[in-house]
Design a protein around this ligand. Structure first.
Ligand code: SAH
Length: 345
């Protein structure tokens, strides 16, 4: 398999290009054509000689994602893409156009080792990590799609298939690549990474003092409840997890987001809400409440409107900032935790 062009930082690409016997400035030209002009292949690199374009084509892979399916929601605002990778494995990513925001949800692994009971990706098990370049390629794909519509990519959520903090280095490298000011210059503040709560990586992330937003999938106010749905809670129980989160907000001064999927009769009663409020009191945080999306291998169902509102009102009363998240793309199986569910039916 040819090396993937998007796996290189500018510095690494410069080494590659000089090793080909070309001047170093060519690397920057290529970088700008790929990341600034969003050109998809060497055949579009019109300021390079035909000969050199061919050499690039021969040496590197520029198209690691083959579109297997491109599903559009009924309102045409959401696309769910099924991509085939170079080794034949499949991933999904989602684009949501909403008012002045164009947000993509990208994958970091094929499958996921975390095995959360309610999540379709978790239900399929772990296959492999994505490389930095495969993560970058998803971003470029949508940036190009939006560009062709006269739109711009505004936000990235790293909440697709996989546990980003289980593939930490590749995820950070991908962000470094799209953040580069000679290229895409995509700001870290417009990126959110969601983790199930791998404490050592949260600590590493805290120390790195990056401007990327952090979200943690809490989904329960107690170990008793969390143990039932999130196996990782055995290794990283709630008290230690929340301590790491609190430490993150204090060390960085940045707000943390907690995700809480409301599951009827499991984690959505009055007591659960009171307990959650107690635990989060005084923390610089925001809670996103998301009624669970149903998945094939999990019996639980999402809380209805009334229960969702009652839960929210307890948090409101206790001064915990929270909102109920919009469901988008449900008709095409592009909701949280639904990625690749269709494929496996
Ligand atoms: N591994 C990361 C990213 C996973 S997906 C994490 O655990 O945070 C992003 C969010 O969708 C997580 O909060 C995850 O728990 C949630 N999620 C997964 N399946 C879901 C479902 N069926 N309904 C609602 N949210 C779900």
């Amino acid at each position: 398999m040819k090396p993937l062009i998007n796996d290189f930082t500018l510095e690494e690409l410069t080494n590659q290009i000089t090793e080909m016997g070309e001047p170093a400035y060519r690397a920057k030209q290529i970088w700008q054509m790929v990341y600034r002009q969003l050109l998809a292949s060497p055949s579009d690199f019109s300021n390079l000689s035909k000969d050199f374009r061919q050499k690039l084509e021969d040496q590197f892979c520029f198209q690691p994602l083959i579109v297997e399916k491109d599903l559009k929601s009924a309102d045409e605002q959401t696309n769910k893409l099924l991509f085939r990778l170079q080794d034949g494995k499949m991933i999904e990513s989602v684009l949501m156009r909403y008012r002045d925001r164009n947000t993509i949800c990208i994958s970091t692994q094929v499958g996921c080792p975390m095995n959360c009971a309610f999540c379709a990706t978790g239900q399929m098990g772990f296959i492999r990590n994505l490389s930095a370049g495969e993560i970058v390629a998803q971003i470029l794909f949508f940036a190009r799609m939006l560009k062709s519509e006269g739109l711009k990519l505004t936000n990235i959520v790293v909440m697709g298939m996989g546990e980003p903090f289980h593939n930490y280095d590749a995820v950070m490298k991908a962000i470094d690549i799209i953040n580069d000011s000679d290229g895409m210059n995509f700001g870290e503040r417009r990126i959110t990474i969601s983790t199930v709560g791998l404490i050592p990586r949260i600590e590493q992330f805290t120390a790195a003092k990056r401007q990327i937003n952090l979200a943690v999938s809490l989904h329960a106010p107690s170990n008793a409840v969390r143990d039932k749905i999130i196996p990782a809670n055995k290794k990283y129980p709630l008290d230690s997890l929340l301590e790491a989160c609190r430490n993150y907000t204090e060390k960085t001064g940045r707000r943390i987001t907690f995700e809480y999927a409301l599951i009827h009769g499991l984690n959505d009663n009055y007591e659960n809400a009171v307990q959650l409020a107690k635990r989060l009191k005084g923390m610089l945080c925001h809670v996103n409440l998301i009624p669970l999306n149903s998945t094939k291998k999990y019996d639980g169902s999402g809380s209805n409107f009334d229960r969702t509102q009652s839960f929210k009102s307890v948090l409101d009363k206790n001064g915990i900032p929270c909102s109920v998240r919009l469901k988008r793309g449900i008709d095409i199986g592009a909701g949280c935790g639904q990625l690749l569910a269709e494929q496996n039916k």
